[in-house]
Structure formats: C-alpha cells, structure tokens
Design a binder for this molecule. Structure first.
Ligand code: ZN
Length: 411
C-alpha cells in the first residue's frame, strides 16, 4: 500500500526526471571502474545511459553494450569519453523497441593504452512503462500495479490473481515463489498504446510469460470485479503454463493454451456462449486442426476460436481428467507443431485423434448429430466416388455394345 505522500513524491519524480534510475555506485572489473551509472527511461521514446568510466591509463576506445536479459543479440554502441571519464548515450527506443517491463542489462567495454580491452560488471534495470503514476500491492509472489482506482481496487486485483493461481494449481503444478507482476491499465487505449510502443500486437489482455509480466485493462467501477476475475486469471495461466512447460510451451497448439487459460476465467463469458451457439446452428464451427499453429486474425473468428477452445478443453478435462490435459501438454511438448502433429499429439496422449475428439465434443457438448454432419461432409466425396465408378462402367458398356455391333456387322 502506498502512503499518499510517498505517491505524490513518486509522481513528481516521474514528471520532472522521466525516471532516472541511480545504479550501484561503483563497479570495478579488470582495469576499468564505472561510477555514477544512471539510466533515464522515457518509455517508448528513449533510454539515456550516463556514467563515469575510471581507468588508470588513457582510454583509446569505449563502447556501451546492452540487451534484454532474455535476448541473445547484444546492441553495441561506441561512446565518446570526456576528459573526466563521463559518457552519455541516448538510445532511440521508438525504433528498436524493448517489450514493456522487460529487464535490460548493460555494461561498458574500454580499450586502454596497453591495447587490452576491459569489461565492466553488468548492471540490470527495469524498462518500465513510467508514463503512469503506478501504485503497487504485493501478496506472496504476486504484485499488482495500478494507477486508477483506490486501495480496494488493488485488493480486488490481488484477490482475482489469488483465485487464478488456485484454479491453475488444480491443472498444473505452479510456483508460489517466482514473482509475477500484474499491470492494470484503466482502459484498452492505454494498454494498446503501451503494447504498440513495446512492439507487440494488441490482443486484449497480454502476458509476457518469459518476463513473468501480465498486462490487462480494467476500468475502476461496477464491472471491475467481473473483468478482473476473467482477465487476470487468463493471463496468469499463460505465465504458469510457461513456467511449468519451459521451452515446450511454444510447441503447444493454440487451442490448448488458450483453452486452458479461458477455462480458469472465473466467470463464463456470455460472448463465448453466444458465439458457440450461433456457429453451431450455422454449421460454421472452426476445425480444431486449423487452430493449432495460430488463431484467426479477424475479431469475430478469434472470439469463436476462444469460445470453442474453452469449451473443448473443459470437455477434455471432464472426460480424461486433469491427467489427460497433462498427457496432452507432454505429448505436444515432445514434437514440432504442424498440422499433422496436431492430430497425432492427441492420439499419443489420449488414444483418440484430434478430429475424432472434435466430433465427440460436438456431439456431447453441442448436441450435434455428428453422424449426420459426417454424412453431409462426405457427400461431395460420395458423388465423386460415383462419378469415378460410373464413368469406367459406362465406358465398358459402350465398348461391349460396339463389339457386339461389329460382330453383327461381320456376320
Ligand atoms: Zn490467452
């Protein structure tokens, strides 16, 4: 909980200084010492690094090196060193973006008069979205951050997160120690803008499972609880699944990940129910094998994809138990995801191919007569088969008739 005075102070800091992060006073490693290192973040715009490099002999050349802690590519920038060792470099964060709330690590390298290159100790800082006067509240490994709404808003958010963790703990083993940070924007425009500045495409709520960061948009007011208790558990589920599956997370079909995340949303989404009903009546349901590598881009189909995935995964859990879901994530984690493997993963895990699971779900949950549906789907093939069979028979009859005619003529 933030003391009011502390909050005002923090807001002033943000307004005046664009958040200057003072970092550890002195870093020495093999010949160079870095002092007074600071990073000024202007989120989505620029990152200014300043420091003093102290060496015993003159510097020939110096560079600043930095990268996101989960990135493999390091950015290298040559810096000019003033006589007193001061360096300053401003990075254009609007062109080469970092994801919001990612950790960035930086260090300096200097080639000295002896021709040797020395490296300073790395320093890590948070590239936060500092355009808002964030408040925060922590319980266990969960921290919620918000800027609109009072203390009770923060408490409700923490409760929603706790309920989400509990729901997920019934699906997979989860970590209660690794921190998760949940940032609650007060409207979708702010959230969308943040994600855009961070180079991400907007998809409603957002989780960066690698960073343990969740971003959602919830306006304080009457609808806040329902929104929180749907959005926060959904995005938390992605983080927990990633932590449980590691690099097998990326091999999972989209319908499975999104289905599990939607399943732990506290309130049944009325839009999902409507989308399912309409699509089932119009026979316009999406095939799950088309929801493996990605979800459709257009909003209407995407909404149906979420609705189907939630219902489908809930059906699988009811039929095969939580252990069945576990066998699915394990099976998919062991392969490279493509359309064929999407079908096979289900066979390996549950003994039933994906297409057949799909039919059973339509039959059991949506009350469809899948035998009739199957026959309808097979109709073009039946016609084709008939054609394939009829044409040669026709040809054969024709041949026979001609032969008989010829035989009669030769008589
Ligand atoms: Zn999701």
């Amino acid at each position: 909980m933030s003391h009011p005075r502390k909050l005002v102070f923090r807001m002033v800091m943000i307004l005046l200084m664009v958040v200057s992060i003072p970092l550890s006073a002195s870093q020495a490693q093999g010949g160079i010492t870095v002092e007074d290192a600071t990073v000024a973040v202007n989120f989505g715009q620029s990152i200014t690094f300043t420091a003093k490099i102290k060496t015993s002999t003159p510097i020939q050349q110096a560079s600043l090196l930095f990268r996101g802690v989960h990135e493999t590519v390091t950015r290298v920038e040559t810096v000019q060193v003033a006589e007193d060792g001061s360096v300053s470099f401003t990075y254009d964060a609007s062109l080469n973006v970092f994801p919001p709330f990612s950790q960035i690590v930086f260090w300096f390298q200097a080639t000295l008069a002896d021709g040797q290159t020395y490296t300073s100790a790395p320093i890590t800082f948070l590239y936060g979205d500092n355009r808002f006067p964030w408040r925060e509240m922590t319980q266990g490994n969960l921290t919620v951050h918000w800027y609109a709404g009072d203390d009770s808003f923060g408490v409700s958010a923490l409760n929603a997160a706790g309920a989400g963790m509990l729901a997920m703990s019934e699906v997979i083993p989860i970590s209660l120690t690794e921190p998760v940070n949940i940032y609650i924007y007060s409207n979708v425009t702010d959230l969308q803008n943040t994600l855009m500045l961070g180079g991400e495409e907007w998809v409603g709520g957002h989780a960066n499972p690698e960073l343990g960061v969740v971003l959602v948009a919830v306006a304080p007011g009457l609808g806040q609880s329902v929104e929180m208790e749907s959005e926060i558990p959904h995005e938390l589920a992605h983080v927990m699944l990633y932590r449980s599956l590691g690099n097998k997370y990326d091999n999972q079909p989209a319908w499975l990940l999104e289905g599990i995340a939607a399943m732990v949303e506290r309130y049944p989404n009325p839009e999902y129910a409507r989308a399912l009903e309409i699509a089932s009546q119009n026979n316009s349901l999406l095939a799950f094998e088309d929801l493996c590598t990605s979800f459709p881009a257009d909003a209407g189909s995407a909404s149906l994809a979420y609705a189907q995935s939630q219902s489908f995964v809930t059906y699988i859990r009811k039929t095969y138990g939580t252990s069945g879901l576990g066998r699915l994530t394990t099976a998919y984690g062991d392969g490279i995801l493509d359309d064929a493997f999407c079908e096979l993963g289900a066979t390996n895990a549950l003994g039933t191919p994906l297409g057949q699971l799909d039919s059973r779900w339509r039959e059991n949950v949506l009350g469809q007569n899948t035998a009739g549906v199957a026959a309808r789907n097979l109709l073009p093939f039946i016609l084709l088969m008939l054609l394939v069979l009829v044409v040669p028979i026709w040809g054969a009859i024709d041949l026979l008739l001609q032969r008989r005619k010829r035989a009669n003529q030769s008589k």
